[in-house]
Design a binder for this molecule. Sequence first.
Ligand code: ADP
Ligand code: MG
Length: 274
Amino acid sequence: MSRIEVDTARLPLLLGELRLPAISRLWPEIAERSDREGWPAARLLATLAELETAERGRRRIERHLAEARLPPDKTLDGFDFAQVPMLSRARVAALASGDAWLNKGANLLLFGPPGSGKTHISAAIGRALVENGYRVLFARTTDLVQRLQTARQALTLEAAIARLDRYDLLMLDDLSYVRKDQAETSVLFELISSRYERRSILITANQPFAEWNTVFPDPAMTIAAIDRLVHHAVVIEMNVQSYRQRSATLRKGRTAAAAHSAKPQPETVADDAT
Ligand code: ADP
Ligand code: MG
């Protein structure tokens, strides 16, 4: 056995025990390069430490992306800002960096008719935030309300709400689909109150505030919820036509145009005849 083999025989075990998978995987190659290029020992150590830290950061972001339950494939790159003139790319980029609003627990409220792109832009902002080191959770509001109601029945509502504190941003999609007559929606109010001025909430809704009386058990609670949500909030109204309808209309237009140009044109026939 060579000297090096003797020295390193226990390395895989030691590195495994220390939970340093990147170093464990990469050290032979880096050590070889270090020997070849005559690196000082300190440089070798620093290089290995950097590699491990970088990989740890990447794995953390992967974990946070998985736990965020974001709708897949909705990215900022895939969002056509020209369709939503009231929403500038720069403004969204600022929101996606997070610092200015998440650190003070401010909220983001997005209103607009179905198909205006609320879910898409929210998911895209959420993804960018995770990539910038924040933790987010995306949920259909009805699902989350149901989970909280179950927790309340089990007398664990407080703990369930506290567990959501680990997320810098809670994204509640389609708040206005929640109906107070379906079950007890005061859990939603308790969630909003608990996060007030501490942890951010993003809400999308088809209906503006005036219609929210259908969501909360009574008008006083509706007013109190809205009051807390808007106190520190960015409100964006996306009053544009449904993207789905627009692209369907465009497709139909193109199909019609294609069908039209495929038909023999009277002029052409006339030309041929001459
Ligand atoms: P909303 O949540 O407002 O009902 P969605 O975000 O679900 O609307 O948008 C409906 C569909 O149209 C989705 O597939 C979404 O990706 C797409 N879409 C909406 N707006 C845009 C846009 N500006 N650019 C690209 N795709 C869009
Ligand atoms: Mg939506």
